[in-house]
Write a protein that binds this ligand. Structure first.
Ligand SMILES: [Zn+2]
Length: 415
């Protein structure tokens, strides 16, 4: 099916990464940075040039497009989704992508900063790309494979489907979002307008990976109200909120229950921000677990620890505010199991092994799933993301395109 097809994902990718689309966590606008629209408007234009009549970018920088069905069956509408922004952690200005043809397996010195060395030792996945092409940045910036790989692959998928009319498929939606990296990727999405039944984000790593589980996440704000007094005359009056906050942090269990001591399916409690004065101190925590019940248990345990410290200071008061952040998409996907099963089948039909994985984080897919669009995450080939050593294998990108084509065919076939 792909023998005579000239894949365009890598060529598109090399162009898209040169457009700076870094998002900004401190901004209150939508999108958080206007420059994200530079890429989004280009994508809308390129989709239009493929004869997708309704392709457009909206005022918030979201791109919507519809590939019409060519099947006479009633096929559920699926959507492929990727984000255009890059992470604020690392510069995305003047990205110079380098195509290393026929990679020889040696360490790669990035030319613009010789301290940046992409080594097989640190990134053993490179070994699977010996003899094929890989793409890196030049040493001063990230590459932006997260998630311009997904963007380029979806664009190539659209190109393939529209130029291979013999492939039967239902209606397929394309969605490009801004601001995923700052947690606002779904804030302004219009799911009514999108009108899809099921979605897939293309924002994963290694070949064959299928992520159908994310953390469930809450934030906890612990506010301690102390008692203020003039320090010179504070004897038996002052209760210093900062010191209580310090005591609560010291009372957290050591060697467990934290990001730095957990992995796999373990959850954690993590103080991320501490501010205050003697009169009032605030500690912000993030709480994470795969299981909503355990998430609540972590919160109760944290509350007990804080209350135990507070008992020593009867004049001080505490507020314990829990805010829901996102939920494990598995809750939703388990009720829509075809979405995951068909993706696994598409990965196998692409000649790959399925690597079903859990994400120790959230994705736009977790939010979309709970907003009504069940949405697992599929591999896009991204490696060493959010860093100057970020790289991607061209054959992984092409496989992602193949997988999407199979997926579209499977939905039609099973309908
Ligand atoms: Zn991403």
């Amino acid at each position: 099916m792909f023998d005579n097809y000239k894949f365009t994902a890598a060529e598109r990718f090399m162009r898209y990464v040169q457009i700076d689309t870094q998002s900004d966590p401190m901004s209150d606008t939508s999108p958080t940075t206007e420059k994200q629209k530079d890429l989004s408007s280009l994508l809308a234009k390129e989709l239009k040039a493929m004869d997708i009549a309704d392709a457009h970018m909206d005022e918030f920088g979201y791109v919507y497009a519809t590939i019409p069905s060519n099947s006479n069956k009633k096929v559920p509408v699926i959507c492929f989704c990727a984000h255009v922004d890059t992470a604020p952690d690392c510069s995305g200005t003047n990205v110079k992508p380098i195509l290393h043809k026929n990679y020889d397996g040696k360490d790669i010195l990035l030319p613009d900063d010789s301290t940046q060395v992409l080594s097989v030792k640190a990134y053993p996945y490179l070994q699977q790309h010996i003899g094929s092409d890989i793409i890196t940045a030049s040493g001063l910036t990230l590459l932006g494979s997260d998630d311009k790989a997904g963007v380029a692959e979806i664009m190539d998928f659209a190109n393939f489907i529209l130029t291979n009319a013999a492939i039967k498929h239902g209606e397929i939606k394309i969605l490009f979002t801004p601001d995923e990296e700052v947690g606002k990727g779904t804030d302004k999405v219009d799911l009514k307008k999108l009108a899809a039944d099921f979605g897939y984000t293309l924002d994963g790593g290694d070949l064959g990976s299928l992520e159908d589980e994310t953390f469930s996440a809450d934030g906890v704000q612990l506010i301690i109200h102390g008692v203020s007094a003039h320090p010179g005359y504070a004897k038996d009056k002052m209760v210093n909120a900062l010191k209580i906050a310090g005591e609560i942090l010291v009372a957290l269990p050591k060697g467990e229950w934290s990001p730095e001591t957990t992995d796999g399916k373990q959850g954690y409690v993590h103080p991320v921000h501490l501010t205050g004065i003697a009169e009032k101190a605030t500690i912000d925590f993030i709480i994470r677990d795969f299981d909503a019940k355990k998430l609540a248990d972590h919160e109760s345990k944290l509350k007990v620890i804080a209350e135990t410290v507070m008992q020593k200071y009867p004049a001080a008061k505490m507020e314990f505010i829990v805010k829901e952040q996102y939920r494990n998409m598995k809750e939703v996907l388990d009720k829509n199991i075809d979405v995951v099963n068909y993706a696994a089948e598409a990965i196998r039909r692409s000649g790959l092994k399925v690597k079903q994985e859990s994400i120790r984080g959230g994705t736009d897919g977790s939010r979309l799933s709970f907003m009504g669009l069940p949405c697992p995450n599929l591999f896009a080939g991204e490696q060493a993301i959010h860093s100057k050593l970020e790289w991607i294998g061209v054959k992984d990108m092409n496989k992602a395109v193949e997988m999407m084509v199979h997926l579209a065919m499977i939905w039609e076939e099973k309908s």
